[in-house]
Write a protein that binds this ligand. Sequence first.
Ligand SMILES: [Zn+2]
Length: 412
Amino acid sequence: MERLLIDNVRPFDSRRGRVGPVSRLVIEDGRIAEVTAEPRQVDAARRIDGGGRVALPGLIDAHVHVTAYMHDLTGQALKPPSLIVAESSRILRNMLLRGFTTVRDAAGADFGLQEAVARGLFEGPRLFIAGFPISQTGGHADMRPKGARLREMFCTCAGLGLIGAIADGVGEVRRAVREQVRNGANQIKIMAGGGIASPSDPLEGTQFSLEELKAVCEEADAANLYAMAHAYSPRAVTRAVRSGVRSIEHGNLIDEPTARVMKAEGAFLVPTLSTYVALADEGERLGWSAEMLGKLARVRERGIEAVQIAVAAGVPVAFGTDLLGHMHDRQSGEFGLRLPAMSPVQVLQSATFTAAQLLREEDRLGELIPGAWADVLLVDGDPTRELSMLTRPEEGVRLIVQAGRVVKNALA
Ligand SMILES: [Zn+2]
């Protein structure tokens, strides 16, 4: 049994939202064995002095696309899978070095990539995968250019799964969900409303019939999984959560009545503010049309207001980013973007305790408690007051431990 001792740290209690007294973390076989403030002798193969720093649970980003190395997903569908995987390995490694020890992939990553990380072939966050996003014909993940008449325009390896599985009707959506389940999905991703990057679906539009939405959730539930839905408008969000969807992705246009429905149904909101800021900065240069930039401006303006509305209604809010291509390097910026609507403690909880609840991994992730994976960060300063150590993790995050393995040690 390999034992690691991280001494002289103040652990952040992500459940209660406060920093505890100076303690030591005893780690055995990749898990936290003990968190104790008692100064007694512990034998350990390795001992790290935390210098009184705050210890955080490893961060969780609940909306990423680790295979999206290009911002142009249709263009990426023409790239060889070997290249996509090689590029993904770099995206994964950089996420881990920002302190994200777990991520939920919101479509794209498959069981091969998940296993590559689990076996240590690639350094990266623990992956929860969705497989292909499920979309209706003409929905947000139907990437076929207008005029294309072939239904299966892309092979199943296209874009490494970022191209949607197109399904229409209850029978087809059931089969599409079952295919993701068969391929090891941890959650099911559906497109329940219009999007920005897709040219032919209005933002306010809804996607899938109620019968189809219910069938998706029923099939996910049958496999002990849940559905996460891309949706912006009150109408799309309400239909999705009433049909059993557990997590609303983006949700920028929600109003108070919608937030109350989400609360009543036990749904989570996963805002992804950083991707709108990134695209507002870069969309024009990337060749986005005036129509797409117009949609973008609308959701961007409303993004922070949606977070405020959700927090006020008591909807659990988890951390997400949804970045594509070279914009992945803005991932840590999300911590700062949320501060107009959430306290630093609430932002920390969104990336730890609340995200773990969303993943149904409470007791294993997001909390520094015995039995949980030993995913631990040591940071400079007091993250319950301000979050600059997380927005600039190269300097501010001094130690990163994932499942008991030291990934980064810059303790001076
Ligand atoms: Zn996304």
